[in-house]
Design a protein around this ligand. Structure first.
Ligand code: SF4
Length: 437
């Protein structure tokens, strides 16, 4: 009997990527083969993203391409919540499921392409199938979100917060570390809210009681002896507890903390978590405990009703906060988002003008902060070895979104190696280092 082959397209954020890995792991464990292209596949699964309009378009285009080149297509992921819209464009689709619907996707695959009888013909490694390079992996600790930020439709697509029990998360993390992963990127919609839905339930982990809670999980992950990086954390008071773990070198001194704005009125209009917290005071306190902490954030410019004075407050916040890495988007309405009903939309040209001012302002801050690192000795992880040398990342840089460290001539290094370099040069985003080891 011919082995059934599945083609797979994974779009969207790291949380969607983890869903893709789970689906592939399950299918592989049932004997399906993963085809590298459409032609070699018996069927294609497209894991879509529906976060902003451009992502919706990309997803619809990918579905169209898979239909044109293969013909048998199953759609899953965030955009699956808008099945009517997908079917309007692509009525030939076989099945559609929503986000993190592992069982439904697998059932849909079984229906249209039954598995072989003997699932033991193909072995799955204990850490599952990973779509990331071997040396780092995303660790998804929860699904969904209890917040209702007015610009976001994720809760309507992914539902309320559902945390994974901490022993499950730690077991997965340990398997990944045992398989040679050197860096874990902890992701969820709101990592600081981890465990709230489980009332911080306690589980046994290697003979110790561990609560399903942000601090306890961070502390236990810190025992694995690999890099652990925290993404999508909100500035709640209990986040302060985790900073000493960073100062002690247990987890990376890195917080990805999407502030989105600095003005309290706008934050309340956005219904942001921790909208009324004094973030500048909190940042100052974190730096006192852990002077090396790296703060990455994202902001939205031109949210409905944003005045010039409120925008200026945001620029002043940037000057004070001295964030290391910042991403920024001009507000654009997302179909189905509550913010679309808000009055006083900011005209497009003003949004773009503010965006440019914001970027120029932060570029100076980021560059100045990077310059402070010249002359320092830093541990870096090797991501790639090319003809000219090695391309690495420091503890301050998450894959894909932050900067890189270039080590000229170090072609003998291997992907995943951890080495020390002296930082010799920097530009606005990247650094160049001399290998010390
Ligand atoms: S915290 Fe806000 S932006 Fe993030 S997923 Fe939840 S509702 Fe969306």
């Amino acid at each position: 009997m011919k082995t059934p082959k599945i083609g797979f397209i994974s779009l969207g954020c790291p949380k969607a990527l983890v869903d893709s890995e789970r689906i592939l792991t399950k299918l592989r464990s049932e004997g399906y083969e993963i085809a590298p292209n459409y032609n070699g596949a018996d069927m294609v699964v497209v894991n879509t993203c529906g976060f902003i309009d451009s992502a919706v378009e990309e997803s619809l285009d990918s579905i169209g391409e898979a239909i044109a080149q293969n013909g048998k297509v199953i759609v899953t992921g965030c955009l699956g919540a808008r099945a009517d819209e997908i079917l309007e464009r692509h009525p030939q689709i076989l099945e559609i499921t929503g986000a993190h619907a592992l069982e439904e996707v697998v059932a849909a695959v079984h229906k249209h392409l039954p598995p072989m009888h003997d699932p033991y013909t193909s072995l799955v490694p204990p850490q599952g199938i990973k779509l990331t390079p071997k040396h780092y992996a995303y660790l998804k600790i929860a699904e969904g979100c209890n917040h209702r930020c007015t610009f976001c439709i994720i809760p309507s697509m992914r539902g309320d917060l559902v945390s994974r029990p901490v022993n499950e998360v730690l077991l997965e993390a340990k398997r990944l570390a045992d398989a040679g992963v050197k860096e874990l990127l902890v992701v969820s919609q709101d990592t600081s809210a981890y465990g709230l839905d489980l009332k911080y339930q306690t589980y046994d982990w290697q003979g110790k009681e561990v609560r399903t809670r942000f601090y306890d999980m961070a502390e236990a992950l810190g025992e694995l002896g690999i890099w652990v990086r925290m993404h999508y954390v909100y500035p709640y008071p209990h986040v302060d507890e985790v900073v000493p773990l960073m100062a002690a070198g247990k987890i990376l001194p890195y917080l990805d903390i999407p502030f989105q704005h600095a003005n309290t009125r706008i934050l309340k209009l956005m219904k942001r978590p921790a909208a009324t917290e004094n973030n500048l005071a909190r940042i100052k306190a974190w730096r006192e405990v852990c002077p090396d902490i790296i703060l990455r954030s994202t902001f939205i410019i031109g949210f409905p009703g944003e005045t010039e004075a409120e925008f200026q407050e945001l620029l002043d916040f940037l000057s004070e906060a001295q964030l290391d890495r910042v991403g920024c988007f001009a507000y654009s309405p997302v179909k189905g988002a509550v913010a679309n009903e808000l009055p006083d939309a900011v005209p497009e040209e003003i949004k773009q003008e503010r965006l440019a001012r914001f970027m120029a302002h932060q570029a100076e801050i980021s560059a100045a902060r990077l310059k402070l690192r010249v002359g320092r000795i830093e541990q870096v992880i090797i991501d790639e070895v090319v003809e000219e040398g090695a391309v690495a990342r420091s503890k301050a840089d998450a894959p894909e979104i932050d900067g890189q460290v270039f080590i000229d001539g170090a072609t003998h290094l291997k992907v995943g190696d951890l080495v020390n370099v002296e930082i010799e040069e920097v530009d606005d985003y990247d650094m160049w280092g001399r290998l010390l080891d």
